[in-house]
Ligand binder design. Structure first.
Ligand SMILES: Cc1cc2nc3c(=O)[nH]c(=O)nc-3n(C[C@H](O)[C@H](O)[C@H](O)COP(=O)(O)OP(=O)(O)OC[C@H]3O[C@@H](n4cnc5c(N)ncnc54)[C@H](O)[C@@H]3O)c2cc1C
Length: 290
C-alpha cells in the first residue's frame, strides 16, 4: 500500500506562513525540481520525508508590478506567465525561452529556479547582473536579501524553514543606455540543461562606461560574478583597448573553475565562458543603444 503524504494547500499566504511556522514542510511551487529530486522507481509514488505545502496557487505570489524604478515579480509566476507579461525585460524572456519545453514552463516558477539553487539555473546569471533582491516572508516579518547572499552553494540557500520567497525585486531594470545580453550554450536551443550560461550588462554615458556587470552560470558551484573586476572597467572609453579586454578575461580565467560531468568538460566550459565574455566586451561597443 502507498505511504500516506500529508499535504497542505491554504487559500492565503498568511495561513501558509502560519503552518510553516508550526511544522517543517517541503514547499512545492511548480514541483518540477521537487518531483525529480524525490522520484522513485517507475510506478512508485515519490517519497517526500516531510509534509508538503503547496504555494503555487497563492494570489500574493503571482503578481508582477512596477513600483518606481523597481520591478516586483511574484515568486510563483510560472515561466509561461512571465513570457506573456509586458513588464518582463526582453533578456529575461530570452533566458526563459531556453528553459525546458512548454509543459515544464507551464509549471516551473522563477522562485523555484532560485530556491533550487542549481549552478545551471538559467535565470540566475541574469538575476545576478540585475542585482536582484529577494523578499522573504515569515510570521516573524519580512526581510530582503541580495540574491548573491541568498544562494550559498549547490542547492544551498539561506532560507529559514518558516520562510517563503515571495518576490523577486529587480532594481532599476529599465535604465537608459543599458545593454543586457544573455547567452546559454547547451546541446539544443531549448530543452537542454546549460553547459555554460552568461549574462552581461553595460551602461554608458556617451562612450564612457558607467556600469558594467558579468555573471557566468554552470561553471562553478554558484554564479560567478566579481564586482572587483567590474570596477576596473568603470570610466574606460568604448571601444575598449585590447589590453583592457585581455585583463578582464585573464582575471576571470583565474576565477572560473568548472567541472567535468556528463554534460560537458571543464576545458570546454571554461573556453566557451571566456569566449562569450570576450565577445560581449568587443561587441558591446557596437550595441551601446540596444
Ligand atoms: C524536464 C525538465 C527540464 C528542465 N529544464 C530546465 C532548464 O532548461 N533550465 C533550468 O534552469 N531549469 C530546468 N529545469 C528545472 C526546473 O524546471 C526549474 O528549476 C524551475 O524553475 C523550478 O521551479 P518549480 O516551481 O517547479 O520549483 P519546485 O520544484 O516547486 O521547487 C524547487 C525548490 O525550491 C523550493 N521553493 C520553490 N518555490 C519556493 C518559494 N517561493 N519559497 C521558498 N522555497 C521555494 C522548493 O521547496 C524546492 O526545494 C527542468 C526540470 C525538468 C523536470
Amino acid at each position: 500500500m502507498a505511504e500516506k503524504i500529508i499535504a497542505y494547500r491554504f487559500d492565503r499566504l498568511e495561513e501558509t506562513l502560519s503552518q510553516l511556522n508550526k511544522a517543517n514542510c517541503a514547499i512545492v511551487a511548480g514541483g518540477t525540481d521537487v518531483m525529480v529530486m524525490h522520484k522513485s522507481r517507475r510506478g512508485v509514488p515519490p517519497k517526500i520525508p516531510k509534509p508538503i505545502i503547496f504555494i503555487d496557487h497563492l494570489p500574493e505570489l503571482k503578481q508582477v508590478n512596477q513600483n518606481g524604478d523597481d520591478l516586483h515579480i511574484g515568486a510563483c509566476c510560472t515561466y509561461s506567465e512571465l513570457l506573456r507579461d509586458p513588464l518582463i525585460p526582453i533578456p529575461l524572456k530570452k533566458a526563459i525561452k531556453t528553459i525546458a519545453a512548454p509543459a515544464i514552463r507551464n509549471r516551473g516558477t522563477l522562485g523555484g529556479n532560485i530556491c533550487n539553487a542549481s549552478p545551471a539555473g538559467d535565470t540566475l546569471p541574469l538575476l545576478y547582473i540585475y542585482n536582484a533582491k529577494l523578499l522573504l516572508r515569515s510570521v516573524n516579518g519580512d526581510r530582503i536579501v541580495p540574491i548573491s547572499d541568498f544562494i550559498q552553494g549547490v542547492r544551498r540557500v539561506q532560507r529559514e524553514p518558516n520562510e517563503i520567497l515571495t518576490e523577486i525585486i529587480l532594481p532599476s531594470v529599465l535604465e537608459e543606455g543599458a545593454h543586457v545580453v544573455f547567452e546559454k550554450v547547451g546541446n539544443r536551443n531549448a530543452d537542454a540543461i546549460a553547459k555554460v550560461g552568461f549574462a552581461g550588462y553595460i551602461r554608458t554615458n556617451g562612450t564612457v562606461i558607467d556600469d558594467v556587470r558579468f555573471a557566468f552560470g554552470a561553471v562553478g558551484p554558484t554564479m560567478i560574478r566579481s564586482v572587483d573586476i567590474e570596477t576596473k572597467l568603470l570610466g574606460k572609453n568604448l571601444p575598449l583597448a585590447d589590453g583592457d579586454i585581455s585583463q578582464v578575461v585573464v582575471a576571470f580565467d583565474k576565477m572560473i573553475k568548472p567541472i567535468d560531468d556528463q554534460r560537458s568538460t571543464a576545458l570546454y566550459r571554461k573556453t566557451v565562458a571566456l569566449n562569450l565574455l570576450r565577445y560581449f566586451l568587443t561587441s558591446s561597443t557596437h550595441n551601446q543603444h540596444i
